[in-house]
Design a protein around this ligand. Sequence first.
Ligand SMILES: [Ca+2]
Length: 259
Amino acid sequence: MKHMTKSLAVAAIGAVLALSASHAQAAPTPVAGVIVGGPGETTFKFSNLTETFPSGVGDVLSGFGRVSQINQLFGDDFCVNTGCELTYAFNFTVSQINLGGTLNTTVFTDGAANFFLDDTADSDLATASGFTDGTPWLNTVGFTTTETSGPNAGATGQLFSAGTQFADVTQIIGNGNGVLQITGGAAAGYFGIDNLITFSSSFQSAIEAWTLPLAGTAELQVVAPQVPPPTGVPEPATIALLGVGLLGLGVMKRGRVKV
Ligand SMILES: [Ca+2]
């Protein structure tokens, strides 16, 4: 009898500890079919992309990407329905280009990036097809900032890139960074309309057989707003639960003594 009582007490304390842990760190959260970071946590997305080769002011950079990782979930592990794909299409317009420095630089404006959730994984980087079907999951537009450091310091725009051989589509290689602002989509309520997404990217010449001339990657980060607890502070509730649990054990023990 003493053994059973002790193990019940341990189980009760374990349950309380688990409750406390869930308050300290939010669990991965399903949002419109995709498992993302909890409220107040960073959602990190890694993706592969294919894109055009803009070479002068006014040219449009456009492309398509597929998310291959969200936080610690890879492949389709972040899908609520197994086998989904999260893809996106984007475009920016060149506002400045500098081919004269040690590093070539390009500044872009008029940006947009729209994400789609598709239950049939049909996107193909080589043919640039299958990226814009499915449900609009998150819509964003470029957010204008001024670079304070790096090769684009002092420039104002929405996407900044730097690298080498920016005039040669077969030799170009570089990196980019910028900011997007959420405007809509099924996941916009969770991530917050007007909330900002920071991103960085890399790009280089694609394999010749690809439809679009450049290939690359992009990493995006967004923090969903912290939701305040609906009723008061969680700690007193946890303590009350512990009290009820111990009370229950006491009643049980007393009952057994009588018998
Ligand atoms: Ca698709």
